[in-house]
Design a protein around this ligand. Structure first.
Ligand code: PBG
Length: 311
């Protein structure tokens, strides 16, 4: 048994809110255990001024935290699963996925109630290629304005940069207590979310059975299988954030459904499919859906973006 746990977290308001939530859950369940937060600056936190998609490289928001777990400096990391690469370092596991927040994207505007109300040529802020491609697919007339920084910065730029709207994950706004900022939720039919969006993963050393057992009560099996399918989809596509890729898993009556999408940067070609399998076959489901979309034209798009034959 342990009487002290250290959580490694990024220092952004969202990361801290998420880590503090996990801290409270653990302390509520085990009043005898003290839980500390240790703020770790990641590469993604240091580079705020360049479009993320241009930096490339995986694990921008996780690598330094993973090093601290491996070295024993902290016992666990709390991550937005959206920011976690499909491959994690040897010796670590993300065996626990907490109950998912709303995985969908939010439309935020001070002038218009919905995307449909935005006038011709309207300016929408987002740094995400996935959001950009789907927006342009729906509305080729829109001007997509690159937007970076944490949630607070992006909300500020909505007014300062005179944008008509911005798109943010609903989950982040809920966790920051800022859900009142949401003008409308974008249905997944219009805007399929990012892999892992709205889900938190707890990462710890594979050989640390004590921490794993302590944290087990936080696991939500439905979220875990949905995210496993999404991540298997992304892994087959070798997806970083250079390509518009989206997926969302949902459980209905014991069956796991996975919606997936591959698009090109201009949003002119969007391939989208849904498949289902029993939850135990989550990884196979993700892989099969990827194969289906690759055959339909996804392989062509990935070959163009990766600059090599992809099949
Ligand atoms: N890319 C940064 C990031 N990572 C996780 C979230 C939101 C919370 C989540 O998806 O769990 C955000 C902000 C956003 O995309 O609006």
């Amino acid at each position: 048994m342990k009487n002290h746990l250290r959580i490694g977290t990024r220092g952004s308001a969202l990361a801290l809110a998420q880590a503090a939530w996990v801290q409270q859950q653990i302390q509520g369940r085990y009043p005898q255990i003290t839980v500390d937060l240790e703020i770790i600056k990641t590469t993604g936190d240091k580079i705020q001024d360049v479009a993320l998609a241009k930096i490339g490289g995986k694990g921008l928001f996780t690598k330094e935290i993973e090093m601290a777990i491996l070295s024993g400096e902290v016992d666990l990391g709390v991550h937005s699963m959206k920011d976690v690469p499909t491959e994690i370092p040897l010796g670590l596991v993300i065996g626990i996925t907490t109950v998912r927040e709303d995985p969908r994207d939010a439309f935020i505007s001070r002038k218009y109630r919905s995307l449909a109300e935005i006038p011709l040529g309207g300016r929408i802020g987002t740094g995400s290629l996935r959001r950009r491609a789907q927006l342009l697919h729906l509305r080729p007339d829109l001007e997509i304005v690159p937007l970076r920084g944490n949630v607070d910065t992006r909300l500020r730029k909505l007014t300062e940069a005179d944008l008509d709207a911005i798109i943010l994950a609903a989950a982040g706004l809920h966790r920051l207590g800022r859900a009142a900022e949401i003008t409308a939720i974008l249905p997944e039919t219009q805007m399929l979310p990012a892999i892992g969006q709205g889900a938190l993963g707890l990462e710890y050393r594979q050989d640390d059975a004590v921490t794993m057992e302590l944290l087990e009560f936080l696991d939500d099996p439905e979220t875990r299988v949905a995210v496993a399918a999404e991540r298997a989809f992304l892994a087959r596509l070798e997806g970083g954030c250079q390509v518009p890729i989206a997926a969302m898993g949902t459980l209905k009556k014991g069956e796991l459904f996975l919606d997936g999408l591959i698009g090109d940067l201009a949003g002119s070609r969007i391939y989208r499919e849904q498949l289902s399998r029993p939850p135990a076959a989550a990884a196979d489901l993700g892989q099969q859906l990827a194969e289906t979309l690759l055959k339909r034209g996804g392989a062509q798009i990935l070959s163009e973006v990766y600059g090599r034959v992809f099949d």
